[in-house]
Design a protein around this ligand. Structure first.
Ligand SMILES: Cc1cc2nc3c(=O)[nH]c(=O)nc-3n(C[C@H](O)[C@H](O)[C@H](O)COP(=O)(O)O)c2cc1C
Length: 193
């Protein structure tokens, strides 16, 4: 394998494509798409989101210090793209796309009803970085569509038909796992005679 070196860039791939709902102090709700998002900590659960200061969502989240990360299914990809190219400064995207909102459990910002997973977040800090600022938030509550939870209470995210964003394009996830956590070191079970 021969490698070509490029200058440093934000090429980490693939990333999730999620929709974040936020609200200002007057109760106006907005939604936008985010790819620069990551899990920061398991206990306590924390998330980071990189947001450009010119986004309307930046203003709203800074104001009320809450937001919801809504994980979309593949059937919602066109909506994901739309709310990621049109700003709420120009139009009310929720009204325009007739997106259904529902009350969240722990935050006053509503969640997107049609997304199978909603992650409710409370802002901890904003760190200025450069083009984007880093929002660090605590995850207060997670709501999951009961159709992807089995009788033992296990969540089957593979059934949520989630999407990934890779180098400017949206992809469906391959629904057959390549392996499961720890499979590389798992000992094979001996067959009984
Ligand atoms: C796939 C995708 C990923 C995006 N990721 C981010 C991101 O991580 N951070 C960000 O500030 N903007 C991101 N954007 C751009 C915003 O979603 C876009 O500018 C949006 O119109 C801002 O809306 P608002 O002004 O209503 O908040 C992304 C857009 C797309 C389509």
């Amino acid at each position: 394998m021969t490698k070509i070196a490029f200058k440093g860039s934000a090429i980490l791939n693939p990333v999730p494509a999620v929709m974040i709902t936020s609200q200002n102090s007057e109760g106006r709700v907005n939604v936008f798409t985010v790819g620069w998002i990551g899990t920061a900590c398991t206990r306590p659960p924390m998330i980071t989101v990189a947001i450009r200061p010119e986004r309307l969502s930046y203003e709203y989240i800074k104001e009320t210090e809450e937001f919801v990360v809504n994980l979309p299914s593949a059937s919602m990809t066109k909506i994901v793209d739309y709310v990621g190219v049109v700003s709420g400064k120009r139009e009310d995207k929720i009204e325009k796309l007739k997106l259904e909102l529902e009350a969240s459990e722990k935050v006053s910002v509503p969640s997107l009803k049609d997304c199978p997973v909603n992650i409710e977040c409370k802002l901890r800090s904003i760190t200025q970085l450069g083009s984007h600022d880093l929002f660090l938030a605590d995850v207060l509550s997670v709501s999951v569509d009961d159709r992807i939870i089995d009788e033992k209470g296990k969540i089957h995210l593979e059934k949520a038909d989630l999407i990934a964003y890779s180098h400017g394009e949206y992809f469906k996830l391959y629904n057959k796992p390549l392996g499961k956590f720890g499979y590389s070191v798992q000992k094979k079970k001996k067959k009984k005679d």
